[in-house]
Design a protein around this ligand. Sequence first.
Ligand code: ADE
Ligand code: ZN
Length: 325
Amino acid sequence: MNDAFITNLPKAELHLHIEGSLEPELMFALAERNKVAIPFKSVEDVRAAYSFTNLQTFLDIYHAGAAVLQTEEDFRDLAVAYFDRVAQDGVIHAEIFFDPQTHTHRGIPFDVVARGLFAGIDEAQEKHGMSVGLIMSFLRHLDEEDAFKTFAQAEPWLDQFIGVGLDSSEVGHPPSKFARVFAASADAGLMLCAHAGEEGPPAYIHEALDILQVDRIDHGNRALEDPALVARLARDAMTLTVCPLSNVALRNVDKLENHPIDRMLDLGLRATIHSDDPAYFGGYIGENFRQTARAKTLSREQVVTLARNSFLGSFLDDDALSGHL
Ligand code: ADE
Ligand code: ZN
C-alpha cells in the first residue's frame, strides 16, 4: 500500500493534546517573543531531551515546554500551526484536547487560552474547511476540587466545547476520583472522554465506563489483559483512540512491530489511530498511520477500517457523519 493512499485517506483526529503539538521551533520563537527562559540552548538540544522512559518523564517536559505559551496570540499560533500541518494528512475533522489547568496554574487566565484556541480553530475552518471541536481536559494528578474550579472558569464557554477529558499521570489517579465533575459535565450537555488503560490497569477502564460513563476511551491498550472487558468494549462499540508512536515513545509497547493494533481489530474493537503529542513522539496522525501500516504490514482494508472508525468514534451528528462514511 503506498504512502500517498494512507496520507490522503480522510481521517478524524480524536486524540491530540494541542500543547503536545508545540514544536521546538515554535517553542524557541515564543520563548523569545515573551522573554521566557527555557532550559535549552537550541532546537537540537530540545529534541535531544525527548527521550522518555514512561508517561511521567514525558509529562514533566511537556508541562515545562508549555511555559512559553503566554498570550492569546501564542495559543492561536499553536493551533494554526497544528491545523496547517494536519490538513496535509487527510484530516477533515478534529476533536482536540487542551489542558486549562496547565495554564491557569501559572497565572494565564482561562479566557486567554480559550480565546486564542478558538481564534486558531476559526482560521482552520476558514482556511482548510475542517470541522473542529474542542475538549477541555482535567489534569488527574490534581484533585477534583481543582477540576470543579476549572469547570466554573469554563462556564461562559461551555456551550462552545464539545466535551471534557481526563489526562496526565494515570497510575494512582483512578477515574472514580472525578465522578462528580464528570456528572456535572454530562449535565451540562458535554460528551465525556477519559484516558484509561494507557499505563493504568484494566480496572481503570471499568471505572471510566461504569462510574464516569464515558463516550470514548483514550488509549485503552491494557483492556487486552481482561477478556471480559474486551468483549464488553466490542459489544458496545466503544471507541478506543490508540496512539502507536506515543505507546512506543512512552515504552508501553517495546517497538511498533509489536503494537497490538491489529489484534484489537481482530477482537472486534473499534480502535482508531491518533497522534497524542506529535511534537514529542515523532509524528502527526499521518505518520502514525504510515509507520504503523508499514511495521504491522496492515492490509488496505485494515487501514480503511481504522480511518472509518475515526469518524464512527467522533462526536459528529448523524447527518455530518453520513457525509464522511
Ligand atoms: N497529556 C498529554 N499526553 C498525555 C498522555 N499520553 N497521557 C496522559 N496525559 C497526557
Ligand atoms: Zn493523550
